[in-house]
Design a protein around this ligand. Structure first.
Ligand code: ZN
Length: 225
């Protein structure tokens, strides 16, 4: 994509990643979902009141963590079940779904997670409801998942398969427990107490940061104020 520039580092060279052309920034290593993520946070989080409260960022990517750390306030919290995977960030150790219960209702003003939901065992509708419960009134969840894949219903249960090879075959990655389908957005829209907000990202914005048309869709769900 001629003229594309990384909105994270300003780099202008991109390289293939897992067969996807011009996916990875050669300078900072960001992938399409990181660049779109930053564009979405810039539009829907950083200048809002939600940015001033407790912001929970799960699996805090190396490309996004420094930007969010500098843009957010003392309430910025990073977490993962395996903090060692994220040496660049001061992750607290949280296992979902078990640790949903340690937080009271409305504890966070924003929750950010990219390609995390497919790693949580159980039923994703339960997880979405649990995240929604953790959001304060007016709070925002901004997130992404692989796909969702058109023409299929979500398939779950990868945690019950015996081997990584079976998960790779059925769920496309050794540690993925589900594949999201057409019901995903319906389930998100049906969550009580809030609404889906358009992300405002179009294909011109995508092209500007070397992201192919329609790729790296983000989802924003805002709790009623
Ligand atoms: Zn970059």
């Amino acid at each position: 994509m001629a003229g594309a520039q990384c909105n994270i580092c300003g780099g202008t060279e991109f390289e293939p990643f897992r067969g996807r052309p011009a996916e990875k920034c050669s300078t900072c290593g960001s992938l399409a979902r990181h660049r779109i993520g930053w564009a979405v946070y810039s539009r829907h989080l950083l200048d809002t009141d939600a940015a001033k409260g407790r912001v929970l960022h799960l699996a805090p990517e190396a490309a996004l963590y420094p930007l969010l750390r500098d843009a957010l306030h003392a309430g910025y919290i990073t977490a993962d079940p395996s903090p060692d995977t994220y040496p660049h960030a001061p992750c607290i150790r949280l296992f979902f779904p078990r640790d949903f219960d340690i937080f009271p209702d409305g504890y966070f003003s924003a929750i950010l997670h990219n390609h995390v939901l497919e790693h949580i065992p159980g039923h994703y509708g339960d997880h979405l409801r649990a995240f929604a419960r953790l959001l304060a009134p007016g709070g925002t969840m901004i997130f992404s998942v692989p796909g969702p894949y058109k023409g299929m219903q979500t398939r779950e249960g990868g945690e019950h398969l015996a081997t990584d090879a079976e998960r790779l075959e059925q769920f496309l990655q050794e540690d993925h427990f589900r594949l999201f389908g057409d019901d995903f957005i319906e389930t998100l829209r049906a969550l009580p107490g809030g609404a889906v907000v358009p992300d405002g990202i179009d294909d011109a914005i995508r092209a500007g940061v070397s992201v192919r048309p329609g790729k790296a869709p983000f989802f924003i769900w805002q709790r009623d104020g």
